[in-house]
Ligand binder design. Structure first.
Ligand code: 4AD
Ligand code: MG
Length: 434
C-alpha cells in the first residue's frame, strides 16, 4: 500500500511508493509521456507518467485536467537533481479529486493588480504570494521568540476601545449599546502602559485599525502591529531594543527563508545581510537640515512625509533612527524632552530602499500635570483618560515602548513594493472583498 506523504517529506521515501494530494500546477504531454507538476502547499513535485504505466481510462482523463484541479497521485519516488525540489515521482495512478473549471482566472501572464486583488482568494496560491505568507510567519515567530527570551509577557489588549489611542482623524467608530461610541483600536499601547506596571515587560500583537483616507503603498486600514512596553526604560534603551529586535528578525528570516527570498521573491540578500547594529541616528533637527540640503521643502515643525523618509534613508544601507520630533507632529502621550521642550523623546525607525517608517516609538509622559495639559491641548475628552492618568498618580514610572508595523516590515524584507501583498486579505480605502 502506498503511503500518504507530503511533498516536504519525500526525502525520507526514496524508492518507496507514495501518495500525495495536491493541486495541478502544470501539465505537459508529448502524446506518450506526460509531466505533471503538483503542489501541496508545502512544496512542488514533478510526476512523470507514460501511456503504458496507467489504465487507459486514467491516461485519457489526463487530457481534460485543468489547471488547479485537485488530485491524488501515486508513484515511486526517485531522486533527480534537475527536478524542482530534487525529487520526481514515476506515477502509477492519477485520481481526480476535485475538477477545476477550465477558466481558472489566474494564468501565467501578467494581470493588473485590481484583477489580482479581486481574485485574492486564488492569487494566494501563486509561488510569490506563498513565499510572502511564509516570510510573514517567520517574522512573527522571530518576534515572539526574541521577546520571550527577554522576559516579555504577551498581554492582548482590547479591539473595542473607549478612548482614542492615537488621533481623532483616523478612527473607526461604532455604536456601543447604551454607552455611546466605541472605537476600533488604533493601538494597544495605553492599555499596556497599565500592564507594564504589573508585569515589567509586556507586548501586544494584533490587528490595528485606522480609517486612513490615503491610497499609498504603505497604508492599510487594518494592519498588524507589535507593541512592546517596558518599565524603567528610557528613550535610549527603547532605541537599543528596536535595533536588536530588527537585527534579530532579519537574521532569522535570512537564515530560515533564504531559498524563498532568492527564488520566489528574487530578493537581493546582500541588502538584508547589511542590516547590523548599530543603526545610524539623526536628531529630527539634523534630518531637517539634511532634507533641505537635498532639496525638500520641509520646514522645522512638520512631520516627515513619505518622500522625506525615502530621502533621509538613501544615505544608509540599514535602517536609520530619526529621534526627538517636535511635539506638534506627534501623539499626546510622548514625554517632553527636558533639553528642548519644543520636542518629545521619540523615534521613528526608517527602513532603507524607500520602505519608510517601520517603527514609531517613544518614552511616555510620566508626569501627571504635563500629561493632563497635553490631553487638554489636543482637545481629547478628559473623562475617557481617568484610568490612564491614574497610572501617573499611583507610582508613576519611567517607561517606553514602540509599535512595529508587521506588513511594512514584511514588505521591506521581501522587497515587495506595496504592503497590500503582505497580508492575506488586505483592507484598504476601496477594498473590503474578498
Ligand atoms: O507610529 P505609530 O502610529 O505608533 C503607534 O501606534 C504607537 N502607539 C506605537 C507604540 O509606541 N506602542 O504606528 C506604529 C507603526 C508604524 O511605524 C508603521 O510601521 C505601522 O505601525 N503603521 C501602519 N502600517 C500599515 N498601515 C497603516 N495605516 C499604518 N499606520 C501605522
Ligand atoms: Mg508613526
Amino acid at each position: 500500500m502506498a503511503r500518504d506523504v507530503t511533498i516536504g517529506e519525500l526525502a525520507a521515501h526514496v524508492g518507496d511508493e507514495v501518495t500525495i494530494r495536491g493541486w495541478l500546477h502544470n501539465l505537459r504531454s508529448s502524446g506518450k509521456v506526460a509531466f505533471l507538476i503538483v503542489r501541496d502547499g508545502m512544496g512542488q513535485v514533478q510526476g512523470v507518467v507514460s501511456a503504458g504505466d496507467v489504465s487507459a481510462e486514467v491516461w485519457a482523463g489526463l487530457e481534460s485536467l485543468a489547471y488547479e484541479a485537485s488530485l491524488k497521485i501515486t508513484g515511486t519516488v526517485r531522486e533527480d537533481e534537475r527536478a524542482p525540489g530534487g525529487y520526481e515521482l514515476s506515477l502509477s495512478d492519477v485520481e481526480l479529486l476535485g475538477p477545476s473549471a477550465g477558466d481558472y482566472p489566474i494564468q501565467l501572464k501578467e494581470h493588473g493588480v485590481d484583477f489580482l486583488l479581486e481574485h485574492r482568494h486564488l492569487w494566494l496560491r501563486s509561488p510569490k504570494q506563498v513565499a510572502i505568507m511564509r516570510v510573514r510567519d517567520e517574522v512573527v515567530k522571530a518576534i515572539r521568540d526574541f521577546l520571550y527570551e527577554r522576559g516579555f509577557v504577551n498581554v492582548d489588549t482590547p479591539i473595542l476601545t473607549g478612548a482614542i489611542g492615537e488621533s481623532a482623524g483616523t478612527l473607526f467608530e461604532t455604536e456601543y449599546f447604551d454607552l455611546g461610541s466605541a472605537y476600533l483600536a488604533q493601538t494597544g499601547q495605553l492599555y499596556n502602559e497599565a500592564t507594564a506596571a504589573a508585569l515589567g515587560r509586556v507586548y501586544c500583537f494584533g490587528p490595528t485599525f485606522r480609517a486612513e483616507k490615503s491610497k499609498t503603498r504603505r497604508h492599510l486600514t487594518e494592519f498588524w502591529m507589535l507593541e512592546p512596553e517596558v518599565a524603567w526604560c528610557d528613550s535610549e534603551c527603547n532605541m537599543r531594543l528596536q535595533e536588536d529586535l530588527v537585527c534579530y528578525i532579519v537574521g532569522m528570516v535570512v537564515e530560515r527563508c533564504r531559498n524563498l527570498l532568492e527564488d520566489a521573491l528574487e530578493r537581493d540578500i546582500s541588502k538584508l545581510e547589511a542590516v547590523q547594529s548599530p543603526f545610524p541616528r539623526l536628531s529630527y533637527s539634523e534630518s531637517i537640515e539634511r532634507l533641505q540640503s537635498l532639496g525638500s521643502s520641509i520646514q522645522w515643525g512638520e512631520d516627515l512625509g513619505a518622500e522625506d523618509e525615502t530621502l533621509v534613508a538613501q544615505d544608509y544601507d540599514r535602517p536609520v533612527f530619526v529621534y526627538n520630533y517636535p511635539k506638534t507632529a506627534k501623539a499626546f502621550y510622548m514625554k517632553e524632552n527636558p533639553e528642548d521642550p519644543r520636542t518629545v523623546l521619540c523615534d521613528d525607525l526608517i527602513a532603507p530602499e524607500g520602505y519608510g517608517e517601520i517603527i514609531g516609538g517613544s518614552q511616555r509622559e510620566d508626569d501627571y500635570d504635563r500629561l493632563l495639559a497635553r490631553i487638554r491641548e489636543e482637545g481629547l475628552p478628559e473623562e475617557s483618560y481617568g484610568w490612564y492618568l491614574d497610572l501617573r498618580r499611583y507610582g508613576t514610572y519611567t517607561h517606553s515602548g514602540f509599535g512595529l508595523g508587521l506588513e511594512r516590515t514584511v514588505a521591506w524584507i521581501c522587497g515587495v513594493p506595496h504592503i497590500r501583498e503582505c497580508i492575506a486579505f488586505p483592507r484598504t480605502l476601496n477594498r473590503l472583498y474578498p
